[in-house]
Write a protein that binds this ligand. Sequence first.
Ligand SMILES: Nc1ncnc2c1ncn2[C@@H]1O[C@H](COP(=O)(O)OP(=O)(O)OP(=O)(O)O)[C@@H](O)[C@H]1O
Length: 278
Amino acid sequence: MPFSNPRGRDGRLPAYDGLRSRAAGSPHSPDDPVSSRDGAAVRCDGLHRRYGGGANAVHALRGVTVAFAPGTFTAVMGPSGSGKTTLLHCVAGMDRPTSGTVWWDRTEVSRLRERRLARLRRAEVGFVFQSFNLMPAMTVEQNVTLPGRLAGRPPGRTAVHEALRQVGLGGRERHRPGQLSGGQQQRVAIARALVSHPRVLFADEPTGALDRRTGVEILSLLRAGVDEQGQTCVMVTHDAVAAGYADRVVVLADGVIVDDLDRPSAAAVSDRLSRLGG
Ligand SMILES: Nc1ncnc2c1ncn2[C@@H]1O[C@H](COP(=O)(O)OP(=O)(O)OP(=O)(O)O)[C@@H](O)[C@H]1O
């Protein structure tokens, strides 16, 4: 879905009011960067992911090494089937690489046993999906608290209300997802992802199911989280202009990184992708 160019003539992104007031309380604010072996919030080294075996094996990732610095917004792009979602799932601890390592700060998560990984993932990683993935029978408030409750660290009521207020949904705590628009549901998903102040927010095509205007609101919200809270965000997208909200664009093709672009224009991204056939 195409979006209008988010940057003004001065190259700046439009301001968004959401999330601003949480900056001071964030454990990952720009003044307090997450420390790690090399300063990265999350990194992976030599990541391979093979699905199946023998003649039917699919090599989705073929040696990906990439690090995401704290307080930055990265877009992951590439043709369909290039391994974007697989990379996101492996780095977010939702899938196991066949070989290679994934680090969150000083913890090598690719070595952790399932239970410990699940607990750490719920506490340290936020995930926003294209299809929102809310529980329809639960209220908005219950949806936002669910990952924390599963991790044994339920967020306080004040934190939940504050997170909802910051995504523009104050007063909707008792609504069910079915009573909200698509954009509002994605805002609930963002509040759910951010309420625990995750090390990294991963988003897989977060605007893919939304109209253009609503998509821009969601991208602005993600951008504001980076600018105002020092949130680290990694987003898979097919849209070059959506990628314009990011600081950096990592381009995948056939399971390897073929480009790593610093604040490219939408035109430069489109050109790179069209040369890849994406
Ligand atoms: N569970 C699976 N079993 C087998 N093959 C898979 C599985 N998941 C992904 N693949 C394959 O791995 C490759 C990479 O898939 P992936 O979904 O990561 O690509 P993508 O770049 O995110 O694609 P798209 O843009 O179409 O969503 C594809 O060839 C895909 O068919």
